[in-house]
Design a protein around this ligand. Structure first.
Ligand SMILES: [Zn+2]
Ligand SMILES: [Zn+2]
Length: 127
């Protein structure tokens, strides 16, 4: 049975999987609103956090704001400090390297979230 909640969650997930922009809940809300005019921001928040908890999507904290990512493959992020753009770096080896080189006797890492700070290509050109 497809409940209203499932339908809303599916739309949110669909949108998130279709973009590479790592939107905030507000941005997701504005997009999903086009398909579901009755949806509320609170519902979007609740569903995003639920999906993140289930591991279906990623939740990143960047500049004190939560951003959501439909890609759950092991990858790293680069945050442009000038325009706030969040980029994906699909370097699986790098994450593996960091995990195997932690070498802490009292801790066994399973995953690692790497966020690089820097400037993106288009901001570099403006210099
Ligand atoms: Zn930039
Ligand atoms: Zn990402």
């Amino acid at each position: 049975m497809v409940t209203r909640n499932t339908f809303q969650r599916q739309k949110i997930l669909e949108y998130l999987s279709s973009v590479k922009t790592h939107p905030t809940a507000e941005m997701v809300y504005k997009e999903v609103l086009k398909d579901i005019p009755t949806i509320t921001l609170a519902t979007v928040y609740r569903n995003l956090n639920l999906l993140a908890k289930q591991g279906v999507i990623l939740r990143l904290e960047v500049n004190k704001e939560y951003h959501y990512d439909g890609c759950t493959e092991e990858h790293q992020h680069g945050v442009c400090q000038k325009c706030g753009n969040i980029m994906d770096f699909m370097n699986e080896e790098l994450s593996q390297y960091v995990i195997t080189h932690l070498k802490q006797k009292d801790f066994k890492p399973s995953t690692v979230n790497i966020i690089f700070q820097g400037t993106c290509e288009s901001c570099n050109e403006v210099l």
